[in-house]
Each structure stands twice: as C-alpha cells, then as structure tokens.
Write a protein that binds this ligand. Structure first.
Ligand SMILES: Nc1ncnc2c1ncn2[C@@H]1O[C@H](COP(=O)(O)OP(=O)(O)OP(=O)(O)O)[C@@H](O)[C@H]1O
Length: 292
C-alpha cells in the first residue's frame, strides 16, 4: 500500500482550479493507495500541514499549487526521505516547468502514480530553502508589488516589474564567492537552481537542478533603455546576449548590504524581509527526491 498525502492550495493560480480529494481518488485504486488530502487556509499553512502529514509516515507528499506552495512543502521534506510530488496549479509554475511536469492535472496525477524519481539540489539563503530561485535586487520589489496586486497573472507581474524599474534604488553591495570580492550597486543579485522563473521567463536558461551548483546573475545599475533590453531578454530567455549581466556558477556566496539593516528578498517568488543585511547563500546537493 502506497500512502500519498496531498497538500492543496485552493487559491493558487487564478484560484479557479477544482482539485479535490474525491477527484484525486479516481486515479488511485483504493486497494493499492491510501490517499489523504489537506487544504491550505493561509500563507505558510502548508508548512504545518506537511509537518503533521509527516507524523503519519507517508511515502509521498504532493504539493498542489505554485512555487510558493512547493517551497513550503519541499522545505519540510529535506532529510526525511519522503518523496515530493507536484501538481502545478500555480501562476508561474517555474519548477514544474523545468521538471517537465505536465500542467494538465490528470497527466500530472499519472506522473505521481508512475513514481519515476530524481534527486534535485536545494538552494539555501540564510535559514530558508529555495528550489527555483532567490534574489535580493529588483526582483524582491517586483514580487512584493505582485503579491499586493489584484490577481496573480502574467499581466500583474509585468505591471509590477515596470513600476519597480522606476522605483528601485540600487544599494551599495558586496558579493563574495570563491576568492572574489565584487563591490556593486546591483540592479539584480539573482541566484537560481532551476532554468525557469515562471511564465516561461528565464535569467538562467542553462541552469540544472542536479549539478550541485547555483547560477548567480549579477547585473549593475542600468539606464532606462538597458532595463527595457533586459526585460526583452528575460522574456525571450536570451540573457546571455545582454552584455551587462555577469554569470557565475557557485556553491557558496555571501551578499552584504552595509548601508541596510534589513534585506528585501524574494524566495521562490514570495517576498521576505530578512532581519539582517548579510545573506549567506549555498547549495545543498541532491537533497530532495521528486517524482517527474
Ligand atoms: N487559503 C489561502 N488563502 C490565501 N493565500 C494562501 C492560501 N493558501 C496558500 N496561500 C498562499 O498563496 C500564495 C501563492 O501560492 P502559490 O505560490 O502556490 O501559487 P502562485 O503564486 O499562483 O504560483 P507561482 O508561485 O508558481 O507563480 C503562497 O504565498 C501561499 O502560502
């Protein structure tokens, strides 16, 4: 008997999906599968639901939602040996797209039933895990604005990005990795484990979830025209042609903003106000088993 526990975010994406316990059970014969499902009621609820589910010794816990829900569930699974399933119900669905998990609910349930596994890396920024990406530049402001917008859709994301590009003030920053010390006033300090940010956009189209490395993108302050060019390249996954972006493969780095007390960050597309001006970022290789 395989025990699969589903954690469903009822409001992810446009909030109009109808994934339910009853619907899921149709795909898993009762003589072979034990199925349980919980629904999240608020931000961070998937953390406590996953912790409670783990006490019942499931074989698989399935995050049904977007990158935010996946982050909450997957963060709890590290070191447990419990496998992660994903039903992509989010708006951006960056991680699921990288993993080629079908966006069709029925097909993604089949992926879980087939139980083909891979082990992927996780990123860490201070005490928080990330599986897709994290950033402490303009992307943190974009996500903060996006979270306050009426709907989580591509249009809201682009509107948040345009507004942030006028408002964002680069801070004096020092980035340390390997033997390098890079002083920069960054437009972006973006670290990615996956090759997609969501909505098919990417700053790191060559990133791999299994290489034991994170892809660091550093972009200095930009003129108005350069910001438009960067937006174009992100939408077209062609940032390698944007000459002001520096790309590095790293295992550990530190980002310090000496003039700040707190750091605005985005972690897997959720905004965080970190209570420090120093971020230690690292990769934890092959720590999560995912069904693909
Ligand atoms: N019942 C709920 N009501 C309000 N917010 C919720 C609820 N359940 C979960 N959340 C929060 O909803 C937010 C968005 O979830 P999620 O990331 O899964 O979807 P998304 O943002 O549409 O997708 P993506 O991150 O892929 O773009 C997360 O911060 C999550 O914690």
């Amino acid at each position: 008997m395989t025990y699969i526990h589903f954690i469903i975010n009822p409001v992810s994406g446009d909030g109009r999906h109808s994934l339910s316990d009853l619907y899921i059970r149709q795909f898993f014969p009762a003589d072979r599968f034990k199925i349980r499902a919980d629904y999240t009621l608020r931000k961070k609820h998937a953390l406590s639901l996953t912790a409670s589910a783990l006490e019942q010794n499931p074989d698989i816990i399935v995050a049904c939602g977007g990158d935010g829900t996946i982050n909450e569930v997957a963060s709890c699974l590290i070191g447990t040996g419990v496998e992660l399933g994903i039903i992509p119900l989010g708006s951006g669905n960056g991680l699921a797209s990288h993993l080629n998990i079908p966006h069709d609910i029925e097909k993604s349930l089949e992926v879980i039933r087939d139980r083909r596994k891979i082990r992927i890396d996780a990123g860490r920024i201070n005490q928080h895990y990330f599986f897709s990406n994290a950033g402490v530049g303009i992307d943190a402001m974009v996500i903060k604005k996006y979270e306050h917008s009426a709907g989580r859709m591509l249009f809201s994301y682009i509107r948040a990005a345009v507004a942030s590009s006028f408002e964002y003030k680069a801070q004096p920053t020092v980035v340390y990795f390997d033997d390098r010390v890079i002083p920069i006033r960054p437009f972006m300090v973006f670290v990615s484990n996956s090759n997609e940010m969501g909505y098919s956009m990417s700053l790191t189209p060559d990133a791999m979830l299994t290489d034991g490395r994170l892809n660091l993108v550093l972009i200095p302050e930009l003129s108005f025209i350069e910001k438009i060019a960067l937006g174009y390249h992100i939408l077209n996954r062609s940032v390698s042609r944007f000459k002001k972006a520096q790309h590095h493969l790293v295992q550990n780095l530190c980002v310090e903003m000496p003039n700040r007390i707190f750091t605005d960050a985005q972690i897997d597309g959720e905004h965080y106000k970190l209570r420090t001006n120093s971020c230690r970022i690292s990769v934890a290789p092959a720590v999560l088993t995912v069904l693909v």
